[in-house]
Ligand binder design. Structure first.
Ligand code: UD1
Ligand code: CA
Length: 453
């Protein structure tokens, strides 16, 4: 919306969460709460967003660094929501027109609800979002007169027994005209019980000026729920997770047991891909079409092409796997690895910063670190790259068509040339010329009649 400015109050601490991490940096479906708020805020195309940050601001600021539409306003002392809003508003400079105020701890808010609030509130001094909750405990309650006009908001701590019965609550989301906002905030007095400046007091300021207060009711009351405790954080994550999973099912992703699958915010999965029970897709992971990911697999920042199979209990991190590759069961693909088309990585095989070329196979019990492996290479069972001398890491190269027998150690830096063979049990310490056979074995002795002796 043209001319819209936003204030996000995020200086709250994590006292009730008992966490060292600031509240708005707590993850929900893999993304900090602040990212969820910013997603719905930015969908409104505001001019500027001012974020009110507290003394534990450093992780938050470094997380959001470089996002040019953001202004950070530092609230040195946590003196209440009115104080926070005032600092946030000031940081926006000489703005006029509507200012949208959001709470950093209300992550599931829908852009649609904000749009409804703006349609109603853009040209009015004060509008806010409300919801009706079966259990309104902890929230500010809406006070309405006989004709339904709002005349105040009372906080849980200040509410009488009768007021506590009211289940229409304040969501903490407001659309306020900048000029009225400055005026109203300057009139707010500290609360006698908590000694904080309550933003909700601007409602009384409006009523005092004869200004009507408008409300928009959230269609789904769950979207306005706030995060104050670990239990609430877990519950909201559960809600968002269910929503994300419903979206993937809708897009043609198959799941036998959706309730056991965890998919972070913002992950794309191609059609006709199947996820087994207990699969976790995290971070910047992307999955192509028609893949099969079997039970218990964990993928973090992994990029999968089409028709990839990841068999049970494999762990992939920060890696790229191209079309039709088959991994696992029990494969571990570590950062910086690339598995090319049609390659196979079998059970108990670990790859670290290794490229496994097209159609190559490492099927059993191997550690391949800092290796560049060409096309059509066969890596025998138990092959190990000795890539580390205690100080430095070295590279191993297996050129196209190499055959490595079982139980081989490749002492890096070393290259096995195109089409060469390495006999089983060899410790390769020197480069192997293309097409040759390397073998280092102590000759076998048979001691006859040993049992009798
Ligand atoms: C607030 C509302 C309450 C509403 C509820 C909805 C007030 C007085 N009460 O209560 O009516 O039902 O939200 O979730 O506003 N913050 C700061 N600086 C401060 C204080 C708070 O930045 O000095 C931030 C917090 O980080 C949080 C937001 O403002 O993101 C709301 O503050 P919080 O303390 O959670 O208010 P509630 O008690 O939930
Ligand atoms: Ca809150």
């Amino acid at each position: 919306m043209k001319g819209l400015n936003i204030v996000i109050m995020a200086a709250g601490n994590s006292t009730r969460l008992k966490s060292r991490l600031t509240k708005v940096m707590q993850p929900l479906c893999g993304k900090p709460l602040i990212d969820h708020i910013l997603r719905s805020a930015r969908a409104l195309r505001p001019k500027k967003i001012s974020i009110v940050v507290g003394n534990d601001k450093d992780t938050l600021i470094s997380h959001l660094r470089g996002q040019k539409d953001l202004i950070f306003a530092h609230q040195r002392e946590r003196r209440g929501t009115a104080h926070a809003a005032q600092i946030g508003l000031k940081a926006l400079g000489k703005v006029s027109g509507p200012v949208l105020v959001l709470s950093g701890d209300v992550p599931l808010l829908k852009t649609e609800t904000l749009k409804r609030l703006l349609r109603l509130g853009a040209a009015r001094p004060l509008s806010l979002v409300t919801a009706v909750l079966a259990d309104p405990f902890g929230y500010g309650r809406l006070l309405r007169d006989g004709e339904g006009h709002v005349y105040g908001i009372v906080e849980e701590k200040n509410a009488s027994a009768e007021e506590k019965q009211i289940n229409e609550i304040n969501a903490g989301i407001y659309c306020v005209d900048a000029a009225f906002f400055r005026r109203a905030l300057s009139k707010v007095k500290p609360d006698p019980i908590k000694k904080e400046f309550y933003l909700t007091d601007i409602v009384e300021a409006a009523v005092g000026e004869g200004i009507p207060v408008h409300t928009v009711s959230a269609e789904d009351s769950r979207e306005i729920l706030g995060v104050n405790t670990r239990a609430e954080l877990a519950y909201l994550q559960q809600l968002r997770r269910t929503e994300l999973i419903a979206g993937h099912l809708e897009n043609g992703v198959g799941m036998e047991d959706p309730s056991s699958v965890f998919i972070d915010e913002g992950i794309s999965i191609g059609e006709d891909t199947h996820l087994g029970p207990g699969v976790h897709l995290k971070g910047r992971t992307t999955v192509g079409k028609s893949c099969r990911i079997e039970p218990g697999c964990i993928l973090v920042d992994a990029e999968l092409g089409d028709e990839v199979q990841v068999k049970a209990y494999s762990h992939l991190q920060d890696c790229k796997v191209k079309a039709r590759a088959i991994l696992g069961p029990f494969a571990r693909i570590r950062p910086g690895s690339l598995v090319e088309e049609d390659a196979h990585v079998g059970n108990f095989v670990e790859l670290k910063k290794t490229k496994l070329g097209q159609g190559s196979k490492a099927n059993h019990l191997s550690y391949l670190g800092d290796a560049i492996i060409g096309k059509g290479v066969n890596v025998g069972a138990g092959t190990i790259t000795c890539n580390y001398d205690g100080k430095n890491k070295f590279q191993t190269r297996l050129e196209d068509g190499v055959f490595v027998g079982s139980d081989t150690q490749l002492v890096a830096p070393v290259t096995v040339g195109k089409g060469a063979y390495v006999g089983a049990g060899t410790t390769v310490t020197k480069n192997v010329p293309p097409g040759s056979l390397a073998i280092s074995r102590v000759e076998q002795k048979n001691i006859r009649r040993y049992k009798k002796r």
